[in-house]
Design a protein around this ligand. Structure first.
Ligand SMILES: Nc1ncnc2c1ncn2[C@@H]1O[C@H](COP(=O)(O)OP(=O)(O)OP(=O)(O)O)[C@@H](O)[C@H]1O
Ligand SMILES: Nc1ccn([C@@H]2O[C@H](COP(=O)(O)O)[C@@H](O)[C@H]2O)c(=O)n1
Length: 312
């Protein structure tokens, strides 16, 4: 039975790829249905074939590749397939195909996997230019949203109804890291609200607790982490930048005491995380010392590279 189902299914996709309407009709039983994420055809084979021919007409380049076939003692074959729409678009689809005793398709249900959102973590010392570069990215690349963990926490602190506001304020002033249960919830809320497909998660993950919290709450099912965009700059330059920003930012941590505490936290808690990602070859290191427009040229190239990565 298993071998027969494999043969029938392989033949089915061969005919499908030849875009032969009469050929595909002949592989369906007289009473046959087809349902996918977009449409429903049947209950006759002529109607199903007409529906499939409509897809070929709309997308003449469309092809299907079999990834895997699953069989059992039933007369149903589950096919994991790749639907190659064009050079830029491939869909991961699972077809559940039920055959009759004559080997004709009586029912085909197709399910599409939603591509996972792409994520770039953005790290670097305080004042390294993360926010400045992220703002440029979202201006140039329309699929991307900039979500700053620090901004999320500052907004939460401002919310008079938040039970975490006071704790966040104390921790930010001390240059320490807020428990991830608070931060990751805010990040997820911002991701959902943005309706974008690619995310710059700025200032995260800052420590091991952040890494664990991301894995437990978002994880590999929730996002495709494409790497870490890491801005490297010297501490004395960063101190100058932050003191200058502090003249107008109104941030309670842009003062010399908090700045020094933030550096300490960065060295002891964030650097080891960056090193871990480096060991996994996931870090795009950018020299953050030159003027912002020069840093941008490098940043731009990296985002293009990440955009070109196949979705998972
Ligand atoms: N390449 C650069 N050269 C000089 N100044 C810069 C550069 N990039 C950013 N700045 C300035 O430095 C300050 C800090 O930049 P920015 O806010 O982008 O850093 P950040 O890494 O997001 O900081 P934080 O982690 O504290 O939020 C800002 O006043 C910004 O205008
Ligand atoms: N993952 C994070 C990010 C930030 N914080 C706290 O916010 C402060 C400001 O962050 P910026 O990225 O805007 O500089 C930071 O010093 C931390 O106190 C955090 O706890 N967790």
């Amino acid at each position: 039975m298993a071998e027969r189902l494999r043969e029938l299914t392989t033949t089915y996709f061969k005919v499908w790829n030849s875009h032969d309407q009469a050929g595909i009709e002949a592989l369906h039983s007289e009473k046959s249905t087809l349902k996918d994420w977009n449409a429903e055809h049947g209950p006759t084979r002529a109607d199903v074939a007409k529906g499939i021919a409509g897809i070929w007409k709309d997308v003449p380049t469309i092809k299907i590749e079999i990834v895997d076939l699953f069989t059992s003692v039933t007369n149903t074959c589950v096919a994991s397939i790749r639907v190659i729409v064009d050079a830029a678009t491939t869909l991961k689809v699972t077809d559940v195909i039920e055959y009759d005793d004559a080997g004709l398709v009586v029912r085909l249900d197709a399910y599409v996997a939603q591509p996972k959102p792409k994520v770039l973590f953005v790290l670097g010392g305080p004042g390294a230019g993360k926010g400045t570069q992220c703002a440029k990215i979202v201006e140039e690349f329309s699929d991307w949203a900039h979500i700053s963990a620090g901004d999320c926490l500052r907004a939460e602190r401002q919310d008079p109804n938040s039970k975490d506001g006071e704790l966040i304020e104390q921790i930010i002033k001390e240059g320490k890291i807020v428990p991830v249960a608070i931060t990751v919830k805010l990040l997820q809320k911002a991701m959902v609200a943005s309706k974008k497909s690619c995310f710059l998660i700025d200032g995260f993950p800052r420590n091991l607790d952040n890494v664990t919290g991301w894995k437990e709450n978002v994880g590999e099912l929730g996002a495709q982490v494409c790497g870490v965009l890491y801005y490297e700059a010297k501490e004395d330059e960063l101190e100058k930048r932050l003191l200058s920003r502090g003249e107008t930012s109104g941030r309670s941590d842009d003062n010399i005491d908090s700045i020094r505490k933030r550096f300490k936290t960065y060295i002891s808690e964030t650097m080891p995380i960056i090193d871990e990602y480096k060991a996994k070859n996931l870090v795009y290191t950018v020299d953050g010392m030159p003027p912002a427009d020069e840093v941008w040229k490098v940043t731009q190239g990296i985002v293009r590279q990440v955009e070109a990565m196949p979705p998972m």
